[in-house]
Design a protein around this ligand. Structure first.
Ligand SMILES: [Zn+2]
Length: 194
């Protein structure tokens, strides 16, 4: 399975020139489908507002601070873990044979990272493994928020039936209660840190 499930992350071609990188948030959230580019966590399901990560760190390349094509939507945990790590030390070389970062909005991303059967994000190559290591994906429960998003999708299917009046009164009741319980659970179980 892909880290981003059935969502394909690509930055739009006609991205605006930004005076402040923060101004790109809305477009970036759309292009990333509200997913953290690195771990695939869904901000819309977990009620979290994600960070705008600089793929090539600001500390290394000040010129790309406001470059839309250098921005990655990232959860707090991934962004803080990545910080200004850049193993190759070369701003035009995101990764080499061994290690580095692969842009989540590129085709190559799926060649290096994958989501296993249990829902965990794991490396497929040594570069992918280095990313897991630097972002601490290897010691995080990347499966739990993935499963929460799957559950949300199932609830969405039920909601469709609900809106199409295809549920009995009793089923409607159960759907509404389950949906409320799910949202409450999400707010209690997932703190901003993860
Ligand atoms: Zn993340």
């Amino acid at each position: 399975m892909r880290v981003h499930g059935d969502k394909v992350i690509r930055r739009r071609e006609d991205a605006p020139k930004l005076n402040r990188y923060q101004d790109g948030r809305e477009q970036l959230e759309q292009d990333f489908h509200y997913l953290c580019g690195y771990c695939g966590k869904d901000g819309s399901v977990l009620h979290q507002r994600f960070h705008l990560d600089h793929f090539v760190p600001k500390s290394l390349d000040k010129n790309r601070e406001n470059d839309y094509y250098n921005l990655v939507l990232a959860c707090q945990r991934c962004n803080l873990s990545k910080s200004d790590k850049w193993p190759t030390g070369d701003i035009v070389l995101p990764y080499n044979e061994e290690e580095g970062f692969v842009d989540p909005a590129s085709e190559e991303f799926d060649e290096h990272l994958v989501r296993n059967e249990d829902g965990y994000v794991v490396g497929k190559t040594s570069v992918g493994e280095s990313m897991c290591n630097m972002l601490h994906l290897d010691i995080r429960r990347t499966d739990i928020y993935w499963k929460a998003a799957q559950l949300k999708q199932q609830l969405g299917e039920l909601e469709k039936l609900f809106l199409e009046e295809k549920l009995t009164e009793k089923q409607k009741d159960i759907y509404i209660k389950t949906n409320m319980m799910f949202n409450k659970y999400i707010d209690q179980a997932f703190t901003k840190g993860e």
